[in-house]
Design a protein. Sequence first.
Lengths: 245, 433
Amino acid sequence: MSDNQRDYVVRTRGVTKEFVTGDTVLQALKGIDLDIYAGEYISIMGPSGSGKSTFFNMVGGLDKPTSGTVFINDVDMAQLDAQELAYLRCRTIGYIFQSFNLLPVMTALENVTLPTIFSGMSRDEGIERGIELLNKVGLGHRLHHRPTELSGGQQQRVAIARSLANSPSIILADEPTGNLDLKTGTEIIDLLKTMNKEQGVTIISATHDLKMLNISDRIVWIRDGAVEKIEDRANIEIKVGEMDH
Amino acid sequence: MANDKPTIQRQTKLPLKTAFDITMSGMKTRFWRSMITAAGVMLGIAFLTMVFINSLMDWQKPIRIEDGYIRIDGQIIKNGFYGAYKDITVEEAKRSGLFSEAVINDCMAENGKVDLTKLYNGRYMYDHSKDMIDMRTEELKGLEKIDEKFYDTSEVDVSINKRTAKKNGVPEGIIKILLPKGTKSFKASQLAAEVQNTPLKIKFWERQRVKYSMYKDIDKKKLTDFCTKNAKSVSEIISEASGLDEATADKRDVKIVKLGEDGAKNKRVSVSVDEKDKNYNGGYLVETGDYIVISDITATYRSIWLAIMSLLVCAVGITNSMLMSVTERFKEIGTMKCLGALDSFIVTIFVLESAIMGIAASFIGFVIGFIISVCSNAADKGWKYVFAMNPVDVLQIFGLAIAAGLVLTFFASIPPARKAATMPAAIALRSEI
């Protein structure tokens, strides 16, 4: 596969992040350069505290880097004002969280419809889109249930449907299987992969779930706030194969 | 540049209706949580309403004058004459340069000091007598014009009602005298007596004018200032009264005084005599068994203090409620921001929520406070005092209660909502409550 023919969707250059608490300065990220192609399924792997969630927040525009730049579709995020950033979060990026982060006062359908309200879609259109997405994630029969009435796996499906509401080009998934059991986790990973293939959406997933490795196009290993290595799936598959012996 | 890539635009602001819908559905779902938040507002406003509604009925609380004693500010003092102003020495009176030798001598009390109350009244009596002469002279002119046949009593003493009296040219002032509140007609003989008496009354007031003419040169404004400086406080009156010899006190001559009549605001005792003269003016002879109302400035301070305290309690309660309802939803706010909500939209949602809650809770709080206040006063004093409330005053308090609730919730919700909206999404998402 020839990389130079493909479009970059995310590029980071020298991204650092420092957290200051009192006198101590914690360097969470120590200069990360990473290019992510459109339509890729990429996993960011690393132990707890390695900085992957921090990096994830920088890419998602949820936090600002101390130095360095993040480009989304060739746009420098640091140059965007609050309104432009909101536009980006609304239409270009979909978010999936470890703890699902559904709004507890809203039904599954309302949760999925919310981003379409923010993007200015009409109510009917939004509801139509919400039903379509919930059907796609296999929750067509649970439209009017609240998050508390759904299982963890079902909640994460709602979250996936929500992240796709405005047809984003990127989905950022922060430990999407972290709160789920093995079987449900596998289902969610499969669902993500299906979305990746069918919709061509770029999926960036921070995880330390080894099940992710099988389906990722590339795996970025982060340790101590720096990229340790980037591996293609081919190499990983061999490793997994070896372990199966 | 790749054309198929989405370009970044500015996120459009959503209409208020959308925020309103989201707020309402949130409040409906979170009904009991919202009710608890609203309860804080409700209690505060109910308290505030009670304080104010009570004050409307307060002034009518009658105090019965016991035989030989009167009460001022809850304390029983012996009956007697209590001047509004302290006695001053002759020296002081002379030094002020306001009073002539004759005036000072006229007001000399038994203790060798100048009775300032008498002096003050004297100055006003001079003006008053002049006014009375004018009034009575005018009335006399009117009376002289009336056809004598109208009040001829040689055959029968006819009853005359107000309308007939007016038609026949009886002066307003005379009608007022002959028709006290509640009566509908007077006898012709009464009018005849007035015709006879009016010249005597004019003579009486002319004598008064002569008697008080020595006071006429005193500058009224300077006198008021001087008296204000020498006004007695309530406690001074009480202590003075305690030292009074009971034997010398004449129970038919209890005089209620109005302290610091002009200007001595912080030392004022205002007196009105229920069912006798609601528009009390100056000294009044009160008889045993009369009902009087004595409201004292300390009572006003007390109610202002209560109102301020209730407002403070209200403000603290509301702020706390709003703060909690925002901080416990940081994660939700973070999520909303991820989904593309603008900071202003989040602030709008919370401010709307607080405003809706503020109005609803204030309304309920007012109703609760009003009912409690009315019931307790009705039980204590009787419904008469409840119905005597001026509806305009009640409406004003209603407006005040709603405004207070709204303003307090509004201002209490802005800082936490702003904080939530402006914090980076990553931090809002990380918060765990």
